[in-house]
Write a new protein. Structure first.
Lengths: 546, 461
């Protein structure tokens, strides 16, 4: 209650502030010229390093009396290495990706150093390090050539075609400000790129791209032109069924613009070039880079080793000792085909074949250790990795059925039985309740009851199974729906986009007018599944077959 | 203090949530059914470290994606302002955030002002899948949001109930921590931990822990199968039953738990949900409650129409002549409809069949007793007179009948088979169906002394 009040008060305050012109305000706010910070991350990291070691110490080691600062340094390095947040020189790229990396690097270097225009699309499944490769190369290039290129990042999931243009304008504006911050350029029209209608903005963007050349020329330096690098994530969302104006214009720019422009798109769609319209496709360079996966188990094991062993640092001696020791431990464990680590990696290779899943289980393993012996022990036994795997399965159907209470289980079994009996594989609450009560009645008929003999005694020792009333069972029925054991027949499920949700909300759906008892449901488990899951000692086990 | 039976989750969460953005992956999911301690664990982890700046958003209080992103912008601004009051930052109107890019833009501006004091912000979406207008692309936006923020780092933590929702995104490899349901013994320990102090001091009475724990155990044994492992549901039942239970406490029963149980036994036999009045009367099973039909506030004619509609939906039209005709000349019995098959199941358990409005009117005419009204009316013709022969023995479908049908339709007791909202109700093509369950039609029939069960005698159990 008080929260919402606060919000209202804040909003009211905001309302007062918003009296001023919004465009001017935004321009004021964006004065801080550090938007290219991600590319300059390493400096930032180094500055923070001392601070971090202090922060980490109480967090992870509160129970341990003696804190080894070298180990904390090493642990931070290892975690950063696993999360791939180390500075460029210390980042390792998986060896199976070397060729891809070289190709990306070549394209970027050609457009940044040699000022050529390029376009390319990287294709690969999720988490196949597409964006990582691009960002890594950009980080490298920003070390020496940070004043020679501008990066514009777009994501098809976040930007629509309209907002993408606005975003391009805004990012260009900021980056140009960053480049020109030393010169005292008088504010001219070009600064105000991001205002106006969409077509105006786009025209200004194109004009600005031409103008950057003359701007930089005033310096008289060698770096005459500024390359513009567009990084498009999920480029397939811009290659929709309607017109593809944005892609058309951008690819056209690659062909005709005076300024070197490089467009790198990433996508998960293998058939990306079929998505493109003819006029767009003809302007695209046809350079599609397929990001490879590890070929075989050996590649995969090598990649795991690389993701686990950071480069030996050049800093403090203690850390070097730990790093060397750790790397050799990982190496020997991965060579030994009977070690738990190797078995876990092998299991992952045969199932997910995903470095990301492995990485997710390595982070808790490293994070929980407070000294090197613990860490060494953890990687040797791999207990945390197994635990993580076990935890991941605690929410699947089998595990959920096992956590159901007696009543929930018997209702589920009853529903599965009626489904099997019915012609159209659907059930409803009425039928299930009848089935349930017949199960309980026949169960009770088998239990020898002593109460019938001397009915005068208190019924406190009633050993019959309770038959819950129809009203009460409705609650359980809803619980089963919540766990998605039962889904309403004809239910649409999750809609793909917000637009689909909007359209769907405009239709009155007939099922909502059916009384609760009569709504038809389909089931996500069959009676046969239940027979495998329900333990043989359960009193309802005999009912798991017809 | 840790959360009971959530040691693993807590430990793992600590390695996924950290004030240093370089040590953790950008997003994480906490997945588990309701009442499994997700929020409690998350809060205990977040509050254990003073350096984590975090903001919580509850999507179930918001309806659309737009209000969700506006709330995101508002909450982040507020939390930064609260945590770092000395830093000045112009306030941005969250209501101007119209699309995802607007959110990105605002966050970039806001976080650039605070970048010197705070570079990582955690946003917690408590119950992400509970957003009413949830769609599949919304989570993707928030998963990728951090890539678009240049002036700082954003980490999203999603608390999600529905595992099917998360399974859609399994190829994104988002670190996930699963919270399984508690089992009965775990529940007992948790409840003892939570409630003992509160219950033993209830209403300024000192009650020993043994009695409280015994009570909790009894409640769990009686109602665990009903509530399942839903912690909040059990707590509700405890809160409901405890005041009644302690009225049975006196000097004799304090030490004798068996006597106490015997006296308070009815408390543990029925759920007694406050909404459910028919069972709380203590009469036993709630199915045979009487007199409820009156509460539906329907007119007499409406009740007959409803019954007629029920017949239309649930009896085979082939049997109509034998069931409803008063004329003896029509062939009765098996000759008219052939051999009856033994039905496999009660048709009233299935969904209603559709019928034409004409049939409803005909059956209504047949069952509606016009004569009863005539008795009350002194001006009406008496039975057995010649005048009566001129009078129709049946009610004609007049304006009142149609009005009642329209009323029942608007109350959704009657429905049409068409999906669209705009139906021409008088069109001959429209098929109707009744929208009432068997229990309710029984109540209605009983309220007007109409023996509906005899029509279903061969099938209804």
């Amino acid at each position: 209650m008080s929260e919402t009040q606060n919000e209202q008060i804040l909003d009211q305050q905001n309302g007062v502030v918003f009296g001023t012109s919004s465009a001017a305000r935004i321009n004021d706010n964006l004065q801080t010229p550090n938007s290219n910070k991600r590319d300059l991350e390493e400096d930032h990291l180094r500055n923070e390093k001392n601070k971090l070691t202090k922060l980490d110490a109480p967090n992870y080691n509160s129970s341990v009396t003696k804190i080894d600062p070298d180990f904390i340094d090493f642990k931070t390095r290892l975690l950063r290495h696993i999360n791939q947040t180390l500075p460029y020189e210390e980042t390792k790229v998986f060896s199976y990706l070397t060729e891809t990396r070289q190709e990306v690097s070549r394209i970027l270097k050609q457009s940044i150093i040699q000022k050529e225009s390029h376009s390319a699309i990287m294709v690969g499944p999720r988490n196949s390090y597409k964006s990582f490769l691009i960002n890594n190369e950009l980080r490298y290039l920003s070390k020496e050539h940070s004043d020679q290129f501008i990066v514009v990042r777009l994501n098809g999931l976040i930007h629509s075609e309209q907002t993408a243009i606005k975003s391009i304008a805004l990012q260009l504006e900021l980056e140009l400000k960053r480049l020109n911050q030393d010169e005292l350029t008088p504010t001219d029209d070009s600064v105000d790129v991001s205002t106006g209608s969409l077509t105006e903005v786009f025209e200004k963007v194109l004009k600005l791209l031409d103008a950057t050349k003359t701007h930089a020329n005033k310096d008289g330096s060698v770096s005459a032109k500024v390359s513009v690098i567009f990084v498009f994530d999920e480029i397939d969302t811009f290659a929709g069924p309607v017109r593809q104006t944005l892609l058309y214009n951008l690819f056209d720019m690659v062909e005709h613009s005076v300024v070197p422009v490089c467009i790198i798109g990433t996508t998960t769609k293998l058939s990306i070039s079929e998505f493109l319209e003819k006029r767009v496709r003809s302007r695209f360079s046809q350079r599609v880079i397929y990001v490879p996966e590890p070929n075989d188990l050996d590649d995969f094991v090598i990649a795991t080793g690389e993701s686990l062993s950071p480069m030996v640092p050049r800093t403090s001696d203690g850390e070097i000792v730990y790093a060397k020791k750790w790397n050799s431990i990982v190496e020997t464990l991965l060579k030994d085909e009977s070690s738990p680590l190797f078995l876990e990696v092998h299991k992952n290779y045969e199932t997910f074949k995903s470095q990301t899943v492995l990485k997710n289980s390595f982070i808790p393993l490293v994070g929980e250790c407070s000294n090197f012996e613990e860490l060494q022990d953890a990687i040797t036994t791999c207990k945390q990795i197994t635990d993580y795997g076990i935890n991941q399965y605690q929410n699947d159907i089998t595990a959920m059925v096992q956590t159901l209470s007696d009543l929930e289980l018997v209702i589920l079994i009853a529903a599965a039985r009626t489904i099997l009996k019915s012609r159209d594989e659907s059930t409803n609450f009425n039928i299930t309740y009848v089935e349930y009560s017949s199960i309980i009645k026949s169960l009770n008929a088998r239990i020898p009851s002593t109460n019938n003999l001397n009915s005068t005694t208190d019924k406190i020792l009633d050993n019959l199974v309770k038959l819950w009333s129809k009203e009460d069972v409705k609650n359980v029925w809803e619980t089963l729906q919540e766990f998605k054991f039962l889904t309403e027949k004809g239910a649409m499920g999750l809609r793909e986009s917000s637009l689909a949700v909007f359209y769907a909300s405009n239709y009155l759906i007939q099922t909502s007018t059916i009384p609760f008892d009569l709504r038809t449901y389909n089931m996500q488990v069959t009676l046969h599944d239940l027979r495998g899951i329900v333990s043989k000692s359960s009193m309802f086990y005999p009912w798991t077959q017809l | 203090m840790g959360v009971l039976f959530r040691e693993y989750q807590e430990k793992t969460l600590k390695s996924f949530v950290c004030e240093d953005y370089t040590l953790t992956p950008p997003n994480a999911i906490l997945l588990g059914p309701s009442g499994t301690g997700k929020t409690t664990t998350l809060n205990s982890v977040l509050s254990s470290s003073a350096d984590i700046v975090y903001a919580t958003i509850r999507p179930n209080e918001l309806v659309t994606w737009k209000s969700l992103i506006q709330a995101t912008s508002r909450v982040i601004q507020r939390i930064l302002k609260l945590n770092f009051p000395q830093t000045s930052c112009p306030a941005l109107d969250p209501l101007q955030v119209e699309d995802y890019f607007g959110l990105v833009k605002d966050l970039n501006i806001v976080m650039s002002h605070y970048s010197s004091v705070c570079d990582t912000i955690h946003i917690i979406f408590d119950g992400f899948d509970l957003l009413q207008d949830i769609d599949a692309s919304l989570l993707l936006v928030f998963l990728k949001l951090h890539e678009q923020i240049n002036n700082g780092h954003l980490k999203c933590l999603f608390v999600i109930r529905d595992s099917a929702f998360v399974h859609r995104y399994s190829n994104f490899g988002i670190p996930t921590i699963i919270f399984p349901r508690y089992n009965q013994s775990q529940l007992f320990e948790i409840l003892c931990n939570l409630k003992t102090a509160e219950l033993s001091n209830y209403d300024n009475r000192e009650i020993s822990r043994d009695i409280v724990e015994n009570f909790i155990q009894l409640i769990l044994q009686s109602f665990h199968s009903y509530t399942g492992s839903n912690l909040s549901a059990i707590i509700d039942i405890i809160d409901l039953k405890w005041p009644q239970y302690i009225t049975f406490l006196n000097n004799d029963s304090v030490n004798d738990s068996a006597t106490l149980y015997r006296r308070a036994k009815h408390l543990f036999t029925y759920v007694d949900e406050p909404l459910n009045n028919s069972t709380s009367s203590g009469s036993g099973s709630g199915s045979s409650s009487s007199g409820d039909g009156v509460e539906h506030e329907l007119s007499r004619m409406a009740r007959y129409i409803l019954i007629a509609a029920y017949f239309c939906s649930y009896t085979n039209p082939r049997y109509d002549p034998s069931l409803f005709s008063r004329k003896s000349g029509i062939k009765a019995g098996r000759v008219s409809y052939g051999r009856r098959k033994q039905l496999e199941e009660n048709p009233t358990h299935r969904q209603a069949a559709t019928f034409a409005l004409q049939r409803l009117l005909a059956i209504f005419q047949a069952i509606y007793p016009l004569g009863d009204d005539a008795d009350d009316n002194p001006t009406a013709t008496r039975n057995g007179t010649l005048e009566q022969l001129f009078q129709e023995p049946y009610i004609r479908p007049n304006i009142e009948v149609f009005q009642t049908i329209a009323e029942l339709y608007s109350l959704k007791w009657l429905a049409t088979s068409s999906m669209s909202a705009n139906v021409d109700l008088l069109s001959a093509k429209v098929r109707w169906k009744v929208n009432v369950a068997w229990e309710i039609i029984l109540e209605i029939a009983r309220s007007i002394d109409f023996d509906i069960q005899q029509y279903f005698s061969d099938i209804a159990t």
